[in-house]
Ligand binder design. Sequence first.
Ligand code: AMP
Ligand code: MN
Length: 273
Amino acid sequence: MSDGTLEPEALAARAKANGVELWALTDHDEIGGQQRALEAAMGLGLPYLTGCEISVSFAGRVVHIVGLGFDHHDEALLAGLKATRGGRQERAREMAAGLAKVGINEAYEGALQYVSNPELISRTHFARFLVEAGHCSDVSEVFRRYLTEGKPGFVEHRWARLGDAVRWLKQAQGMAVIAHPARYGFTPTEEYALITEFMAHGGRGIEVVTGSHSAADAVKYADTALEFDLLASRGSDFHSPTESHTDLGKLDYLPGRLTPVWQALETRIHQPG
Ligand code: AMP
Ligand code: MN
């Protein structure tokens, strides 16, 4: 329901076919797909946890907080996510203006062609348009050349606050997890601040094995999880069969010395039948 290319039902079927034993759909800043994902999973006999990925501003960067096992009808969580989505359209207009300055015209209209939910126009949609229009050969190249800090299509945006995102999830009976920590490029001091602040607000987990981490990153963040006594999470970051590095259910397992997030979420798992 945000920037993936498959519908929730198709993802559920793909997860099942790939041997996934517990699945969560984690759209960015949106939980409108949860009921469909849950029903599809139950129909396939696939245990399900609700999920999302909240965009948070921290130390001048965007950090993603994965939410798991929350009540997807919780009013405060729904309102918080709606507020977080606000402003994406204006940001997209500014991104298009930046791209026009380097000769890429009508990128807003171009990106819109790939958008299913207008509140959630994202950099991914711009990236798909720039590939289709022949400016770059793949999505990674678009991010590298146009959509990351200092590049013409990058626009700073204020997302949710860390403490708010963690609280919305907790108060909806869910768990907050730091997504793909290796991706932020934080210094050790910034990363320490992120983790300790996150935990002070009640955050409990960290992604260790993810489609956005190398094998070396996974080893490093396994140690981090142990050092801070955080629960470990595993996520594909799968967006599309043609764009993603890793498919559903195809990641390495979590190192056995870690405690997985699902151990603390047992009562929140939807079991089929
Ligand atoms: P936004 O929320 O609009 O800032 O866009 C975030 C989206 O961009 C997420 O789906 C990310 O997975 C994706 N993204 C961020 N960096 C990259 C990258 N270097 N290559 C491909 N996708 C990326
Ligand atoms: Mn995404």
